[in-house]
Design a protein around this ligand. Structure first.
Ligand code: NI
Ligand code: MN
Length: 225
C-alpha cells in the first residue's frame, strides 16, 4: 500500500492495483500549488464529509477519471444527482471493493456542503488492503468510538488530524493512537490555514516521548506500508 499526501486532508492511496483519492482539496491550497489534479489517477474518491476543504476538487477529478465516489448516503446522493458514479455507505457498514474492504466509521464533527445542502453525518474510513490496514479519521474530535476499531481490525497506520481548532490536536491524537492500538501515525489537517498551523518538531517530539511515531510528509511525498 502506497500513501501520498496531497496537503491538508487530501490523500492518494494505491492499493490492490487501484488508485484512491481521499478528500481532495488541492487547487485552493496555497501549499499544494505544485500538485496538478489533472495528473491524479483515481478509480475511487473517498469523502469523509461535505465541508469545502474536503470536496473542492471532487467533481473535477471524478470528471477527469470516471472515478466512483464513495461516501455516506447523503454525499453519494448529492453527486449521483449530478450524474457521477457513486457508492453510498453509512456508519458501521463495510463493503468489499476490488482493492480491499472499506468500513465507514464514526467521527465527531459536522458535515454540510458549502451551498448549505445537508451532508449527512461525518465519518472516517477503515481500509483493509491485501496486506495492510489503515484508518483515516477524517475531521474529528477524540472519541471513545476509536476503541471499537482495533476490536475488528489490526491497524498498521492511523491517519489523524492534528491541527486543533476544527479537530483533535497533537495531544489528543496521541491518546487516539492508544485507543486505536496503533503507534504509527500520519498527521494531516494542519498548516493549511492560520487556525491550524502547528510546530512540526514539537509535535513529533510529543509522539516520540510516548514511544510513538508521528510522520509528517511533504506535500506530494509518499510512504509505503
Ligand atoms: Ni470539516
Ligand atoms: Mn476540514
Amino acid at each position: 500500500m502506497k500513501i501520498t499526501y496531497y496537503g491538508h486532508a487530501s490523500l492518494g492511496i494505491k492499493v490492490g492495483g487501484k488508485n484512491i483519492i481521499v478528500d481532495p482539496f488541492i487547487t485552493a491550497n496555497e501549499l499544494a500549488k505544485h500538485i496538478d489534479i489533472m495528473e491524479l489517477k483515481a478509480d475511487y474518491i473517498l469523502i469523509t464529509h461535505a465541508h469545502g476543504d474536503h470536496i473542492l476538487d471532487v467533481e473535477a477529478i471524478a470528471q477527469n477519471t470516471g472515478a466512483t465516489i464513495v461516501s455516506n448516503a447523503e454525499i453519494a446522493g448529492y453527486y449521483e444527482k449530478k450524474g457521477f458514479k457513486t457508492h453510498p455507505m453509512n456508519h458501521g457498514g463495510s463493503w468489499n471493493f476490488d482493492f480491499g474492504k472499506v468500513k465507514y466509521v464514526t467521527a465527531i464533527h459536522s458535515s454540510s456542503f458549502p451551498d448549505g445542502t445537508y451532508g449527512g453525518n461525518q465519518g472516517g474510513f477503515v481500509i483493509e488492503g491485501e496486506h495492510k490496514n489503515i484508518y483515516i479519521a477524517g475531521d474529528t474530535a477524540l472519541t471513545y468510538d476509536m476503541k471499537l476499531i482495533p476490536l475488528r481490525t489490526k491497524l498498521d497506520l492511523a491517519i489523524l488530524p492534528i491541527g486543533s481548532n476544527f479537530t483533535m490536536d497533537v495531544e489528543d491524537a496521541i491518546i487516539a493512537s492508544d485507543f486505536l492500538e496503533c503507534d504509527k501515525v500520519l498527521g494531516y489537517h494542519y498548516d493549511t490555514f492560520g487556525y491550524i498551523k502547528i510546530d512540526h518538531e514539537d509535535a513529533k517530539k510529543k509522539f516520540y516521548d510516548k514511544d510513538k511515531d508521528l510522520m509528517l510528509l511533504e506535500i506530494g511525498g509518499s510512504l509505503e506500508l
